[in-house]
Design a binder for this molecule. Structure first.
Ligand SMILES: *[C@@H]1O[C@H](CO)[C@@H](O)[C@H](O)[C@H]1NC(C)=O
Ligand SMILES: *[C@@H]1O[C@H](CO)[C@@H](O)[C@H](O)[C@H]1NC(C)=O
Ligand SMILES: *[C@@H]1O[C@H](CO)[C@@H](O)[C@H](O)[C@H]1NC(C)=O
Ligand SMILES: *[C@@H]1O[C@H](CO)[C@@H](O)[C@H](O)[C@H]1NC(C)=O
Ligand SMILES: *[C@@H]1O[C@H](CO)[C@@H](O)[C@H](O)[C@H]1NC(C)=O
Ligand SMILES: *[C@@H]1O[C@H](CO)[C@@H](O)[C@H](O)[C@H]1NC(C)=O
Ligand SMILES: *[C@@H]1O[C@H](CO)[C@@H](O)[C@H](O)[C@H]1NC(C)=O
Ligand SMILES: *[C@@H]1O[C@H](CO)[C@@H](O)[C@H](O)[C@H]1NC(C)=O
Ligand SMILES: *[C@@H]1O[C@H](CO)[C@@H](O)[C@H](O)[C@H]1NC(C)=O
Ligand SMILES: *[C@@H]1O[C@H](CO)[C@@H](O)[C@H](O)[C@H]1NC(C)=O
Ligand SMILES: *[C@@H]1O[C@H](CO)[C@@H](O)[C@H](O)[C@H]1NC(C)=O
Ligand SMILES: *[C@@H]1O[C@H](CO)[C@@H](O)[C@H](O)[C@H]1NC(C)=O
Length: 842
């Protein structure tokens, strides 16, 4: 972190340094050509510069104006650098008169609605043209191809209409072509033909261009100097072309998210200069790892294969990729064990292998002590993720130097070795979730006091929680959920004052609600569900948890009354106290829960430890009707109160209808009496309402039918009476929503109301209830947001197939998002490296 902030601090410094050097150069000023000055003035007069960014444009020597470079000898203007000035207006052709102009940068301006000026084609000496993010749209003027000296062309993020790329064949000197986010869908499959005619091309950036179909294979390759190729985020349906492996100059290949399938050409491993290969999230790329990693990979630093179909075993030659810094193989089908040669990857920082089929024993020792300068194997590893596999035997003992270990989602078995901590005292992240680990959590865990994230969830750990965990005082996340831990939670947890997320759910823990929680004021998520906790819910739980968003005490043995003080939890979005022995009435104060009175509009993907480049994803496990659903990506949109399965009595307080952001309300299986409030329609976000199995009486308020997002309604088994207001949205609910109320009549029940002779009982045709599966499922679907993108609410009578597709969409967006976040982490890593190479350290 310290290094990052130094980097941030340095940036302005660097800028100052560079701008000073420009001024120095101008200290013995060249005087600009009068004609060039005039041309610039006229150009300036066409611009709209609301922030007056061009205020330095005065005085006769235009060579001293901001962003202008002149030739030393003649004073002719050679460069116009006007990036990031938020300029708009028109671009006057007077620029043409700058006969020596070689460099034109108008990037990041706001020339919306105008096209690239045609006269640019006559700027014959132009070598550099940067129009990225400058707002131009429309067609690229054809005469631009006259720019035969152009070496750099950057058109990123322009809304251009491009029918073919013939134009680029004119750029015979071009070295760098960037058209990211330009729609090339009209170009068809022949986009490569034109590009292949650029013999000097070293960088090609065509990310997010809507390119589709098969990547063509030219008969001969002309762009033999290519170093950087970015074709990511396209919609190809193609194999990776074999010719890639013929371009020995390639250093950097990004073909992630681009719809590739088939075998990864083994030839890529032989590219002598390749540093960076990103083939992530193509889903259908395959390779046998024993072959793929048997290649040379001579200089490779970064390999990313996440979300593909790599299979086979990691060969022992794996350890030969000694330059490797970053490797992602998670979400593939890699088998076998981990070769001991990985110890020789002395530069490796991140190694992700989760969600594969790894099995067998982990290496008992690692090679590499003699190879790595520090004398330790893997001296630089920060993140090791082996989770979700099937690895057997003890968890590997890896020598010191590791910062982060994520072994989650695998099938490791055996116990966590007691000397685990000695070997990795500097670990920041330790994830062993989703394996088959058994035995106790070793006491020595407390020695790993740097840990920020501990995730041991979904294993078979037994015994007590060691009190030494309290020594891990930097913890943000502690997830011990879904194990078989028993006994009391140690009081030493009160020392974990940085804790934001505490999951102890699904264990066999006992005792009162631990009083150490009063110390954990930073908690955002507390899940103690499915344990044997008992006693009352103390009123202090309402105090001082400014950011507590999720409170789940579900399925314990809590008794007594529900403290009204809980209403002070101003961030609370999920209150789940279902399945306890709570009695008394529902406090009217609950209507004051602030976060539930607001509609949750923007999804926040809740991740902790994100600054590590790896993260822990906040989750909420909900078990209903035999289904277990885990909420992660849309969790921040969930607002719910579940008090079902207690012994609550008294009336349903009117105040609860103030919670107009509430999406789920479940009060079923209590002894609640009185009427359903007539203004229940105030809770207009409600998607699931379950008041079943209580003693509610009176009629069903007609306003209920105006809750148009409601996807699940259960009012059965009460004492409700009168005519069901079966109009509007209410007609999407069927008999089961209303049965067991002796006094209710009318559709969809078969009981006809007195004096009503309308219908013959077979009612609403489609008795089969296929479309609706679960209220919680609806909850997520109807929320209708992903990653800040607002999607209209789609709840009305949605069928399963639709909702599946919708879910898929949400997941895709979120996946992309999380990957971006991770990639940023990686970039920060690179930045750090860069700094340390320059001797900058904290
Ligand atoms: C112009 O002058 C600067 C410093 O005076 C020098 O670094 C640069 O190389 C010169 N450029 C040409 C083209 O002579
Ligand atoms: C850019 O200029 C427009 C007016 O043309 C102004 O509304 C906007 O705030 C400016 N943006 C920035 C980042 O300065
Ligand atoms: C164009 O300008 C942007 C913004 O300064 C910069 O990020 C990009 O690298 C430039 N493109 C080229 C080809 O230099
Ligand atoms: C530029 O190209 C166009 C064709 O695209 C041609 O008609 C015109 O003569 C060229 N202009 C120059 C100055 O070469
Ligand atoms: C890609 O095409 C889709 C529709 O085919 C369009 O909505 C989208 O804006 C295009 N993307 C780009 C970057 O032009
Ligand atoms: C790539 O190299 C192979 C053999 O090294 C050759 O057969 C093939 O024609 C080359 N492909 C191209 C497109 O040059
Ligand atoms: C992967 O291939 C399968 C079968 O060929 C296809 O149904 C699926 O759509 C492909 N997935 C992607 C993401 O391209
Ligand atoms: C890996 O390196 C070792 C020694 O450095 C060498 O003997 C072996 O042949 C290499 N394996 C491969 C596949 O290159
Ligand atoms: C992968 O390749 C190796 C060596 O060529 C071979 O022995 C093994 O059977 C292959 N694995 C699979 C799953 O095809
Ligand atoms: C950890 O303990 C195991 C067996 O208990 C032993 O083989 C190993 O050498 C120990 N490692 C360290 C670093 O102490
Ligand atoms: C957990 O361990 C016990 C024995 O210690 C075993 O009986 C049980 O099957 C294990 N549970 C799982 C889910 O592996
Ligand atoms: C609650 O969150 C806000 C915003 O993230 C933060 O500034 C504040 O310090 C947090 N409060 C506590 C007690 O952690």
């Amino acid at each position: 972190m310290a290094k990052i902030s130094i980097f941030v601090l340095l940036l302005p410094l660097l800028c100052i340094l560079t701008s000073e050097s420009v001024e120095n150069r101008n200290a013995q000023p060249v005087h600009c050509l009068a004609s060039d000055r005039e041309a610039l003035m006229e150009f300036k007069n066409g611009l709209y510069d609301p922030q007056n960014r061009l205020s330095s444009w005065r005085g006769s020597n235009c060579c001293q104006w901001r962003g202008i470079d002149c030739e030393n000898s003649t004073g002719a203007v050679s460069a116009v650098r006007y990036g990031f000035l938020n300029l708009s207006g028109e671009i006057r052709p007077s620029l043409q008169r700058l006969k020596s102009l070689r460099h034109l940068d108008l990037s990041f301006n706001a020339f919306h609605g105008i096209s690239i000026p045609e006269f640019f084609g006559s700027l014959q000496n132009l070598q550099y043209l940067n129009l990225s993010h400058a707002g131009f749209s429309g067609r690229i003027p054809p005469n631009l191809q006259n720019l035969s000296r152009l070496q750099f062309l950057d058109l990123n993020s322009l809304r251009l209409e491009v029918e073919n790329l013939e134009l680029v064949t004119g750029f015979v000197s071009l070295k760098h072509l960037a058209m990211n986010e330009v729609d090339l869908s009209m170009v068809g499959t022949d986009w490569l033909g034109a590009i292949n005619q650029l013999p000097f091309l070293t960088e090609l950036h065509l990310s997010s261009c809507n390119l589709s179909g098969f990547i063509p294979s030219p008969t001969s390759l002309n762009f033999n100097s290519l170093q950087v190729l970015d074709l990511s985020h396209n919609k190809f349906q193609s194999e990776i072309p074999g010719w890639l492996a013929n371009i020995s100059s390639l250093q950097h290949i990004d073909m992630s998210y681009s719809g590739l399938f088939g075998r990864i050409p083994l030839g890529l491993a032989e590219l002598p200069n390749l540093l960076w290969l990103d083939l992530s999230v193509n889903h259908n790329l395959t390779a046998n790892c024993s072959q793929l990693f048997n290649g040379r990979w001579e200089k490779i630093q970064m390999l990313n294969f996440i979300f593909n179909k790599l299979y086979g075993k990691l060969p022992s030659s794996f350890g030969n990729m000694t330059s490797l810094v970053f490797l992602r193989l998670d979400n593939n089908a890699v088998e076998g064990g981990i070769p001991s040669s990985i110890g020789r990857l002395c530069n490796l920082k991140s190694f992700y292998l989760s969600k594969n089929k790894l099995k067998g024993n982990l290496p008992e020792f690692l090679e590499g002590s003699e190879d790595c300068v520090s004398g330790n194997p893997l001296p630089n590893l920060e993140y090791l993720d082996l989770s979700f596999n099937q690895v057997a035997g003890p968890v590997p003992l890896i020598e010191s130097g590791i910062d982060s270990l994520d072994l989650s989602h695998n099938q490791f078995s055996g116990s966590i070795p007691p000397n685990f901590s000695e070997t990795m005292p500097h670990l920041l992240l330790l994830s062993l979730s989703n394996n088959n680990l058994s035995g106790e959590i070793p006491m020595s865990i407390g020695e790993m006091s740097s840990l920020v994230v501990i995730d041991f969830s979904d294993n078979n750990l037994t015994g007590r929680i060691p009190s030494s965990l309290g020594n891990c005082s930097r913890l943000n996340v502690l997830d011990l959920g879904n194990n078989s831990l028993n006994g009391m939670v140690p009081d030493s947890f009160g020392l974990l004052q940085e804790l934001k997320s505490l999951h102890l759910n699904q264990n066999r823990l006992l005792g009162n609600l631990p009083s150490f929680l009063t110390n954990l004021s930073k908690l955002e998520s507390l899940d103690l569900g499915y344990n044997g906790f008992s006693g009352t819910i103390p009123s202090w739980l309402g105090d001082g948890y400014e950011n507590l968003t999720i409170l789940t005490l579900r399925s314990n043995a809590f008794s007594g009354r529900l403290p009204p003080e809980l209403s002070k939890l101003s961030s609370l979005q999920v209150l789940d106290l279902a399945g306890n022995d709570l009695n008394g009435s529902i406090p009217a104060k609950l209507g004051d829960l602030k976060a539930m009175a607001e509609e949750q509009k923007v999804n926040r993907y809740i991740l902790y430890g994100r600054f590590l480049g790896h993260y822990y994803e906040e989750r909420l496990v909900v078990n209903t009707k035999g289904q277990t659903l885990t909420y992660t990506r849309i969790l921040s949109l969930v607002t719910s109160i579940d008090l079902s399965g207690n012994s609550l009595s008294g009336n349903l307080p009117l105040e609860i209808t103030r919670l107009s952001g509430l999406v789920v309300l479940n009060l079923s299986r209590n002894h609640i009496t009185g009427n359903i409030p007539g203004n229940i329609s105030n809770m207009h976000q409600l998607q699931s309402l379950d008041l079943s199995s209580n003693q509610l009486s009176g009629s069903i308020p007609p306003s209920l039918s105006s809750l148009s997002f409601l996807g699940f309604l259960n009012l059965s088994n009460n004492n409700l009476s009168g005519v069901i207001p079966y109009t509007g949205h209410m007609t999407t609910f069927e008999e089961p929503s209303f049965v067991g109320n002796p006094g209710l009549c009318g559709l969809p029940l078969t009981v006809t109301c007195p004096g009503d002779d309308s219908d013959n009982g077979d009612g609403s045709g489609n008795a089969e209830n296929d479309g609706f599966i679960d209220n919680w499922f609806y909850l997520s679907v109807g929320l209708g947001f992903a990653a800040g993108i607002v999607v209209p609410f789609l709840i009305l009578a949605m069928k399963k197939s639709w909702s599946d597709a919708y879910f898929g969409f949400v997941d895709k967006v979120a996946e992309k998002l999380s990957w971006l976040i991770e990639r940023r982490g990686y970039l920060i890593g690179i930045a750090k490296q860069w700094l340390s190479h320059r001797g900058v350290s904290s």
